[in-house]
Design a protein around this ligand. Structure first.
Ligand SMILES: Nc1ncnc2c1ncn2[C@@H]1O[C@H](COP(=O)(O)OP(=O)(O)OP(=O)(O)O)[C@@H](O)[C@H]1O
Ligand SMILES: [Mg+2]
Length: 255
């Protein structure tokens, strides 16, 4: 059986297989495997410093993978450069804010659409406004004058302009008010998946993220400590133990 085929016969859009990566040759993540399927959300949770962002950086070519492979639709793309991966349909929204503050919403989105033909630009932008109507109503506003939640939507919209097959989202609800955060997960990200995009989501709001996910991975100390269907994971008594810094507990309480 080709290695790109999952046990159930489906081919993941992205398969991260046993990768080791880090900074300045010091491994931070070791032997990590994660699959992301079209139209599904795979969620990665774990305490601060577990290596979640490092995994996304390794999968998107920002840092070097020293062992293991990353495949895209079955093709080996390990250590491909970030812009080559973007061309091949990999969208990445980093943890830090990622909009051009002095530019307007439309100008930010145009920058995200630099890979697509001019004629298709407006259609694609309309799709983004359809996903995030608030951006449509603020289209001529400068990004610096948007709220935190609107900036997050714009950062995602900019990446969506390139019609990604897979979106790697690093804490898209960080610093958002609880109601906006819940809406980002339950409405916007769910809608993106329903359009067929594979989503690899890193989230601190574990309960809300697991509720919309098909697969979940719990990362601790640079490795995947457990993985599986969110409902099965939620029923395991030991899941809270891995969140020794309390991030899981806080996400289950009132937010
Ligand atoms: N640029 C860097 N250079 C060196 N070490 C780094 C760098 N970025 C992160 N690290 C280290 O790698 C480890 C994992 O960090 P990472 O950002 O991947 O964790 P995380 O799971 O995303 O945490 P958080 O939930 O706080 O975002 C940490 O010990 C961190 O200090
Ligand atoms: Mg992180």
């Amino acid at each position: 059986m080709p290695t790109s085929l999952a046990e159930n016969g489906r081919t993941p859009i992205m398969r991260i297989s046993g990768i080791t990566a880090g900074y300045s040759r010091v491994p931070i993540i070791r032997d990590v495997s994660v699959d992301a399927y079209a139209g599904e959300i795979a969620t990665l949770i774990g305490p601060n410093g577990a290596g979640k962002s490092t995994l996304l950086k390794a999968a998107t070519g920002i840092i070097q993978v020293s062992a293991g492979t990353v495949t895209l639709g079955g093709a080996d793309v390990t250590n491909s450069r970030p812009h080559d991966l973007a061309r091949r349909g990999v969208g990445y929204v980093p943890q830090s804010r990622d909009v051009f503050e002095p530019l307007t919403v439309v100008e930010n989105l145009e920058m995200g659409g630099y890979l697509i033909k001019k004629g298709a630009l407006q259609d694609q932008m309309d799709q983004v406004f359809n996903l995030f109507p608030i951006l449509g109503s603020r289209r001529h506003q400068r990004a610096c004058n948007l709220s935190g939640g609107e900036k997050k939507m714009l950062a995602m919209g900019r990446v969506i302009m390139a019609s990604p097959k897979i979106l790697l989202l690093d804490e898209p609800t960080a610093n958002l008010a609880p109601k906006i955060a819940d809406e980002m997960l339950a409405v916007h990200i769910t809608k993106l998946a329903s359009l067929g995009v594979a989503i690899l989501l890193v989230e601190q709001r574990a309960v809300q993220a697991l509720a919309i996910s098909s697969n979940a991975y719990v990362m601790v100390g640079g490795s995947v400590a457990m993985s599986g269907h969110p409902e099965e994971l939620g029923q395991r008594g030991d899941i809270a133990k891995v969140f020794l810094n309390g991030s899981y507990a806080s996400s289950t309480g009132p937010t």
